[in-house]
Design a protein around this ligand. Structure first.
Ligand SMILES: [Zn+2]
Length: 482
């Protein structure tokens, strides 16, 4: 039987996402699938895309995002994810998900990082249904946030949840998993979940075990107390017996620089008795809500947004405090609610963590910030250009694996992340020589270079940075739930 091909991507060199060496292959696509691989010259097709001299790879999977709300919009102009070659995102990280939570006001920070006015989903299934109905720009695999469940079920957040509240949260998670959520995320570092203890997380997360869900964790401390925080996260994953993802692994504060040697050794040891992996963004600055406690750990702090003083966005907190004759801590209080970028990591740790075999790439970008961290627009081309090509941290095949096949395998995204027959046609075509990030701390939304074409489910979604189809994505429901 012969299938009529809708599209042939021809002449390119395929890096297939498994980490295997590159090969010369044409791709034959019918509908949303890759159906033929090989020399397809002379094979008829409705359209042909010339990828001569270019790398053809699986579309990138951004395993760490806060795109819950971005996915509901179809933004004008270039798209922060498509323009990087990203075709799938994992949402709901760090304990923060848009659903299930109905609120007419603004929920407490850091939930407000998802923006305002979209807290309207009483059930997780409602959110997935709406996402599916509007057609997201990229594929979405969605996590339920533990902090969101706490805000939904608890009248105050400064204590451990009662047994009854834990049961309610577990039932919410169970329903979300049945609707297609892929797992749960936690953010024990953040105020809404700081009072939760280890036992609470294990009790709330109990439905993950039977459903074979995943847990991603923004651990309780990434500074002086990181060893204890890491041990707690590993204990939670081990108790639940599920895949455990340590989110945006990093070491914050000068006193902790270099300690990735110790933390990666802990992860390596744990990996012998449980399934654990991690993600990382390729920058030595972090970004989240403006937290006075983080200021002293940082060489510089940049304001990304402020409700109280919108003019502060993009400015150095230290410079602004000097101008105004106040302390950075007092200014941080006055700017609330607000977000910031913190320069508090060492490049050696970033490189060491990125190179670690179980490390995937996740942007952690914050799409609703006025002056966002450049990781929102530059993460994936930066790994390919700066880290793989220019610095030689690893071969390009390894870089691609860390953003495709490794990620799809760990997150259970069937048929994604590898160029193979019968897999979905999520494809990026890029120029190995010119691929790179353009976004900087001063120009945070500059479009990356070298990403020539991006196909989502067989449809041309982005070409040379310009969006072509903002609705080609699918909701990737866990276990094929509907
Ligand atoms: Zn986080």
């Amino acid at each position: 039987m012969t299938t009529t091909l809708d599209l042939i991507i021809e002449g390119g060199t395929v890096i297939d996402g498994t980490g295997a060496p590159r090969r010369r292959l044409d791709l034959g696509i019918a509908g949303d699938r890759i159906v033929r691989l090989g020399d397809l010259s002379g094979v008829p097709a409705a359209r042909r895309f010339d990828a001569s001299g270019r790398i053809v790879a699986p579309g990138f999977i951004d395993v760490h995002t806060h795109d819950d709300r971005l996915l509901l919009d179809a933004p004008q102009g270039p798209h922060p994810k498509l323009s990087q070659g990203v075709t799938t995102v994992v949402t709901g990280n760090c304990g923060i998900s848009l659903a299930p939570l109905q609120s007419s006001g603004t929920p407490p920070a850091p939930l407000d990082l998802l923006g305002t006015g979209a807290w309207r989903y009483e059930s997780f299934g409602d959110y997935l249904d709406e996402l599916e109905a509007c057609g997201p720009a990229v594929n979405a695999a969605c996590l339920v946030g533990h902090s969101t469940l706490r805000v939904r079920r608890m009248n105050r957040l400064d204590r451990v949840a009662t047994a009854r509240e834990q049961q309610f949260m577990a039932a919410d998670l169970d329903a979300a998993l049945a609707a297609g959520a892929i797992g749960m995320s936690t953010g024990l570092y953040y105020p809404p979940a700081r009072a939760a203890d280890t036992a609470e997380v294990i009790a709330v997360g109990a439905p993950l075990t039977k459903a074979h869900g995943i847990i991603t964790m923004h651990i309780r401390d990434e500074g002086d107390a990181i060893a204890d925080a890491l041990a707690e996260a590993l204990q939670i994953g081990h108790a639940l017996g599920i895949e455990t993802v340590l989110s945006h692994h990093k070491l914050v504060g000068k006193a902790n620089h270099g300690r990735s040697v110790e933390t990666l050794a802990m992860i390596e040891a744990a990996g012998r008795k449980q399934s654990v992996c991690l993600d990382c963004y390729p920058y030595n600055a972090s970004s989240t809500m403006l937290l006075p406690a983080r200021i002293a750990q940082s060489d510089d702090v940049r304001v990304t947004w402020s409700k109280a003083d919108p003019t502060a966005a993009g400015r150095s907190l230290f410079a602004l405090a000097r101008e105004r004759g106040t302390s950075p801590e007092a200014l941080a209080e006055a700017l609330q609610p607000a977000g910031a970028i913190y320069f508090a990591m060492s490049e050696d740790d970033v490189s060491r963590i990125l190179r670690y075999p179980a490390t995937m790439v996740g942007s952690d970008g914050l799409a609703h910030d006025v002056s966002p961290h450049p990781r929102l627009w530059g993460t994936f081309p930066r790994v390919l250009g700066h880290y793989a090509r220019d610095r030689g941290l690893f071969p390009l095949e390894t870089a691609v694996h860390k953003m495709t096949g490794l990620s799809a395998g760990r997150f259970g995204l069937a048929g994604r992340g590898i160029v193979a027959e019968n897999h979905y046609a999520d494809i990026v075509v890029f120029d190995e020589q010119s691929v790179g990030d353009s976004a900087t701390f001063d120009q945070p939304t500059a479009v990356s270079t070298g990403i020539e074409a991006v196909f989502v489910n067989g449809k041309l979604a982005c070409q040379d940075g310009e969006s072509r189809d903002l609705h080609a994505g699918s909701v990737l429901r866990h276990g094929g739930a509907r």
